[in-house]
Ligand binder design. Structure first.
Ligand SMILES: NC(=O)C1=CN([C@@H]2O[C@H](COP(=O)(O)OP(=O)(O)OC[C@H]3O[C@@H](n4cnc5c(N)ncnc54)[C@H](O)[C@@H]3O)[C@@H](O)[C@H]2O)C=CC1
Ligand SMILES: O=C(O)C1=N[C@H](C(=O)O)C[C@H](O)C1
Length: 266
């Protein structure tokens, strides 16, 4: 039975991960929140709604990491990098679901994961990861004749845009088409902005209410279009995916993995 600690324990995802870890038969050994959070000291299981776990929400990163086999972290890139550093020092595994990493922060994560096994993935659901695989094939098959546009919808509390999943979808398509995502992504059109270029990948963001997460990639040709969509109806497949990743990553060789590795989709 692996010992799982959760960082961001009082957050939307953190609470669902505590429930999923308990349901999967893991020991929830620790729950971490930011110093000063009003729920520090409260029972993590009671806060998550799965009954008392006898584990108080803590703000002591080192103590929580020390007590676990693997830390599951859904917070922000800056916090995740700090957690990765703490796990590397104590030789513990880590699963990171935070999104909004810059390319430089992703490179730093890969560097920090040289000595420990780590999973970093913008989306832990099986469905989205299968979409990544399908998108590669569709983009390769259609080639340059179809314009690619990506639209994502999320709740009004989301802090990063576009979503990590939308960015990964753009990267997958760009790579399949032999383009550099960072050069072809177009995040903004306004005014007399000119005709669409053939290479660009349009990235559009919608925010509102309680939308869990929706992504559509449009391949738009002359007289026809293909739409590949994923709609999340609850957060539970993200939390179950993160626990699955935690069970998978403990004992793996050091390095940075993603959900394609966990799910055997590579
Ligand atoms: N990879 C995936 O499958 C998914 C990723 N996400 C990503 O997970 C992240 C969190 O999302 P939500 O749970 O909706 O956000 P949230 O804002 O509800 O939760 C984040 C929690 O982290 C805590 N936190 C902030 N700084 C901290 C620190 N220094 N130490 C410990 N805890 C700290 C906050 O107090 C908050 O409770 C976002 O980046 C989101 O995009 C969300 C859903 C699925
Ligand atoms: O913040 C969220 O809620 C979500 N974030 C992830 C992302 O940015 O891709 C995944 C999911 O869509 C929910």
């Amino acid at each position: 039975m692996i010992k799982v600690a959760v960082c961001g324990a009082a957050g939307r995802m953190g609470q669902r991960i505590i429930v999923a870890a308990k349901e999967a038969g893991c020991t929830v050994s620790g729950a971490l929140e930011r110093p000063g959070h009003e729920l520090v000291g409260q029972d993590a299981g009671l806060i998550a709604g799965c009954g008392s776990l006898g584990v108080a929400i803590s703000d002591d990163l080192n103590a929580v990491v020390e007590g676990c086999d693997v830390l599951i972290d859904f917070t922000t890139p800056k916090v995740s990098l700090k957690n990765l550093e703490a796990c590397a020092l104590k030789k513990k595994a880590i699963v990171i679901g935070s999104t909004g990493f810059t390319p430089e922060e992703r490179a730093l994560a890969a560097e920090l994961a040289k000595d420990i096994p780590a999973v970093l993935a913008p989306n832990m659901s099986v469905g989205v990861n299968v979409c990544f695989k399908i998108l590669k094939d569709v983009a390769k098959t259609l080639g340059d004749d179809f314009d690619v546009e990506i639209v994502e919808l999320h709740h009004n509390k989301k802090k990063d845009a576009p979503s990590g999943t939308a960015v990964r979808m753009g990267e997958v398509v760009a790579e399949a088409l032999g383009r550099d995502y960072n050069k072809v992504a177009n995040y903004h059109r306004e005014g007399i902005c000119g005709e669409r270029t053939k290479e660009e990948i349009g990235m559009q963001t919608v925010r509102g209410g309680d939308i869990v997460g929706e992504h559509t990639v449009y391949f738009i040709g002359m007289g026809e279009r293909i739409e590949i969509s994923h709609r999340a109806m609850t957060r539970d497949m993200f939390s179950r995916g993160s626990v699955r990743a935690a069970q998978w990553v403990v004992g793996k060789a050091p390095g940075l993995y993603d959900m394609q590795d966990v799910l055997g989709l590579r």
